[in-house]
Design a protein around this ligand. Structure first.
Ligand code: SF4
Length: 293
């Protein structure tokens, strides 16, 4: 992390000296919240909840981020050593978590890999890597064999949207390559008799207001790159304008309409995707965890 190139930003920040790169974090693992979470996809949340660990900072920082409080350095912050992170995973397992769900882990992936190397053999539940998809291949290869389920976003097909909303014009090709590497590592989705996911890839796509054509193109790219029958798609309608009310893009100041969401959903089905689809009632800030607790 001296001259950090852990993610595709390749900022070069010397995080070992406390310098902050685009992600806003030094080399100290910093966590805002760890709890059982019931609002993930059904085979991840199950009945008892997913053992989520929310990391502070973010290497993407979308203008509509619903976790903005922690992605930009606010909220509760607690520094953990790699050993303490391992212990936290064991505590979540003991409290009944169906899995360990590492949320926004990219900019700590090296430390997380060290932590998983210490604890992976003790955990009886799967490890979920829940990321924006903006990952470098080198960092992902370090996680090979340590992660059971990848849960990446694939946000945009167009460089223009990726630039405007996430300051990352290379997002489409970078994320697509990352998601292909994730699939190479974990292979076809496998669910247990309990209906919970044991291994595999779920790709999330959030439909944005006035962006349905880009959503359809993103699904086309995914379908070209991956065997659609071996992965799951989570097509999300939960976009909430509260988090983008001050941004300059007026289309982001409203919710997604049922026409927009349903047209993307129909396209997903026509491409052969299977997975998880949301009702528009999930577009509410009440589903965002409280990071001030
Ligand atoms: S992880 Fe952070 S510091 Fe490192 S390259 Fe990415 S944004 Fe920059």
């Amino acid at each position: 992390m001296s001259g950090c190139n852990l993610c595709p930003r390749s900022c070069g920040a010397d995080r070992t000296l406390g310098e902050l790169g685009f992600c806003g974090e030094s080399n100290k693992i910093t966590v805002s919240r760890a709890s059982l979470h019931l609002w993930e996809e059904p085979p991840i949340s199950g009945v008892r909840g997913s053992g989520t660990i929310f990391f502070c900072g973010c290497n993407l920082k979308c203008v509509f981020c619903q976790n903005r409080v922690i992605s930009s350095g606010g909220g509760v912050r607690r520094e953990l050593s790699a050993y303490e992170l391992s212990e936290l995973m064991l505590e979540l397992e003991a409290s009944g978590a169906h899995n360990i769900n590492l949320v926004t882990p990219t900019h700590f992936s090296d430390s997380i890999a060290r932590s998983l190397e210490q604890v992976r053999h003790k955990l009886k539940i799967p490890v979920v890597y829940n990321s924006s998809g903006y990952e470098s291949l080198g960092a992902l290869k370090r996680l090979d064999g340590l992660v059971d389920i990848y849960l990446p976003d694939f946000k945009y097909a167009s460089a223009d949207l990726a630039e405007k909303y996430s300051s990352a014009p290379d997002y489409p090709e970078v994320a697509l390559a990352a998601i292909s590497e994730m699939f190479r590592q974990v292979g076809e989705c496998a669910l247990g008799e309990d209906g919970l996911m044991k291994k595999g890839l779920i790709v999330r796509h959030l439909v944005l207001p006035a962006c349905r054509h880009d959503s359809m193109k993103a699904l086309d790219l995914l379908a070209d790159a991956l065997p659609v029958k071996q992965i799951k798609l989570s097509l999300m309608s939960q976009y909430t304008p509260e988090f983008a009310s001050e941004c300059e893009y007026k289309n982001l100041h409203r919710r997604v309409t049922s026409f927009e969401y349903n047209s993307v959903l129909e396209h997903a089905v026509s491409l052969g995707f299977d997975g998880y689809f949301q009702s528009l009632s999930s577009a509410s800030a009440q589903y965002t965890p409280n990071f001030e607790e």
